[in-house]
Design a protein around this ligand. Structure first.
Ligand code: HXC
Length: 514
């Protein structure tokens, strides 16, 4: 064949691959309110940076009508986000509903292997009817091969999943094994078994959206971290998250010149945080003042809102924030907030992102349902995550740290590097109002005026035990600080810790209370 003919043949094949399942199915995809796989890639990546591989791979069985789709039901390759390399796959719903057969599995695993060899993050854009029914066990093998690589890559390269359509059956386990899950409101769903199966097995009546939509998974189950209205907006958020994280576990997150000086006093912080420790406030108002230019990317914003976690920069360097949220349930630690914070701490530790913890916690939540639900094991996750983390850890106690929650929230005893307490902070086994009922019960009962006696004893307790100076005297906090100096103190602590080197004792792996 003459070279002209060869080039013409290649161009024809490529243009067929570019069309996916064909113009009608592309139109149907748009009618569903969804972009195609290639449109999504163009939106996510820096313009012109995408290099596709396996565009000419063909599925192993012809469709019933004899159609063959070049590239099969996934587009794979690499590209750049803000000039930084990324490997990615985008399932193509216009080809067999994005279903995963042998060739799709092979394309995705080849791309994941490349990401591991090169230390580059993986982003998966999911939009699929699940295992390709026609290919039987070959499809299940494809999923298993992906799961295996998800696990091997965990903690080595960041893995981000974006759910942009259906994601059902065992297919959900690949996103669940990755570090972050984004969902698009209204057009993405995740569930193990759909509404029909549920109704036939349990009699419960539900809808796809109610069962596995973005709202359900970012508020109730906590399976997904981000819920975004609109595909383009969602992919922009993925780019934003990307800016805080490194390429791999041997790399540092990118430095950004934010122009916000570390030596900036928080002049109005005292008007944000009420002095009375029972009065609520939004800890995000503190975070906004503390971090560079007030920019904070909250993770799991709508799940377990009694704790706030997310990414920001201090002095231009990425930082993970963990903060009790007094606005919800008084900022108490419970099952979900412990799970949420522990998972976040693990990510930061795996990927060299220092952790700043802001403590304002009344304790762990008491209750039968919490105990039956396993608060012991779930709270232990948080203790484990902080203790095992070797990244720089800086903790500031804002107003109170009571009971086991004092330890669990990044205390010195769990290996935190620099710990501060605000001048008015209360640190104790419990608040005086509770403590006197236990240690002074007899005096209160026998007093001529029990309420006056109780008030006197509480005041005495506060003076004697409920302040930060005992902890400071013992070195459990490194200093008691003026709240207005919080950014300066945290910034300087992070600076000295930038060269921190610490390792865990040699072991195969620990046994985190899963
Ligand atoms: C092969 C599939 C498919 C599948 C959809 N298609 N799912 N082909 N295997 N699993 C094809 C359809 O035949 C159709 O082809 C095209 O994709 C679009 O599908 P529609 O049904 O027309 O689209 P829509 O109405 O939007 O519904 C989408 C859907 C539905 C909700 C995903 O297709 C569906 O319920 N599919 C089956 C889902 C499922 O049960 N999957 C297996 C889950 S178990 P044409 O040619 O008409 O365009 C699983 C196990 C994983 O995944 C195990 C891992 C360990």
């Amino acid at each position: 064949m003459a070279i002209e003919e060869q080039l013409e043949h290649l161009a024809q094949l490529k243009s067929r691959a570019l069309l996916g399942g064909g113009p009608e199915r592309i139109e149907a995809q748009h009618k569903r309110g969804k972009l195609t796989a290639r449109e999504r890639i163009d939106t996510l990546l820096d313009p012109g940076s995408f290099e596709e591989i396996d565009a000419l791979a063909v599925h192993q069985e012809d469709a019933e009508n004899g159609e063959r789709f070049y590239g099969d039901a996934v587009v794979t390759g690499w590209g750049k986000i803000e000039g930084r390399r990324v490997c990615l796959f985008a399932q193509d719903f216009t080809v067999f509903g994005g279903s995963l057969g042998e060739v799709v599995g092979e394309k995705i695993t080849k791309m994941m292997d490349l990401a591991m060899k090169t230390g580059v993050p993986v982003i998966g854009l999911n939009d699929s009817g699940g295992a390709r029914i026609q290919e039987g066990v070959g499809s299940l093998a494809g999923y298993g091969d992906i799961f295996h690589r998800n696990v091997r890559a965990s903690g080595v390269i960041p893995q981000i999943s974006v759910i942009m359509g259906p994601c059902a059956g065992g297919a959900v386990y690949s996103p669940a094994l990755t570090d972050f899950i984004f969902m698009v409101e209204g057009t993405s769903q995740m569930f193990l078994t759909g509404p029909d199966v549920i109704q036939s097995v349990t009699g419960e009546v539900t809808t796809m959206e109610d069962l596995g939509g973005a709202h359900s998974h970012t508020t109730k189950s906590g399976v997904a971290h981000f819920s975004v209205n609109g595909e383009v907006e969602c992919l922009e958020e993925v780019r934003r998250l990307f800016s805080y994280i490194p390429a791999n576990n041997m790399d540092d997150p990118p430095y950004v010149d934010t122009g916000d000086a570390v030596d900036r006093r928080l002049d109005d912080i005292l008007s944000v945080v009420p002095a009375t420790s029972a009065n609520p406030y939004d800890v995000r108002d503190v975070i906004e003042r503390l971090v560079d230019n007030g920019e904070f990317m909250e993770v799991h914003e709508f799940f377990a809102q009694n704790i706030v976690v997310g990414f920001c920069r201090v002095g231009g360097y990425s930082v993970g924030i963990v903060a009790n949220q007094p606005m919800y349930l008084g900022g108490v630690l419970d099952i979900d907030s412990s799970r949420k914070a522990a998972r976040f701490v693990r990510f930061c530790d795996a990927f060299n992102i220092p952790i700043v913890t802001l403590v304002d916690v009344p304790g762990f939540l008491p209750g039968v349902s919490q105990e039956y639900g396993g608060i012991i094991a779930h709270g232990a996750k948080l203790v484990y995550a902080y203790s095992a983390a070797t990244v720089p850890k800086v903790t500031v106690i804002l107003r109170k740290a009571f009971g086991g929650a004092y330890d669990a929230m990044g205390a010195k005893h769990l290996g935190a590097d620099v710990n501060y307490a605000w001048g008015g902070a209360a640190i104790a086994v419990m608040a005086g109002s509770q403590a006197v009922n236990i240690i002074n019960r007899r005096e209160i009962v026998s007093a001529s005026d029990p309420e006056a006696e109780r008030a006197r004893l509480v005041a005495e307790y506060q003076e004697r035990l409920e302040h930060p100076y005992i902890a400071a005297a013992k070195g459990y906090v490194d200093d008691v600080i003026d709240p207005r100096d919080t950014r300066i103190k945290v910034g300087h602590a992070l600076e000295i810790l930038r060269s921190k080197a610490e390792s865990q004792p040699p072991k195969k792996h620990g046994n985190i209370p899963l």
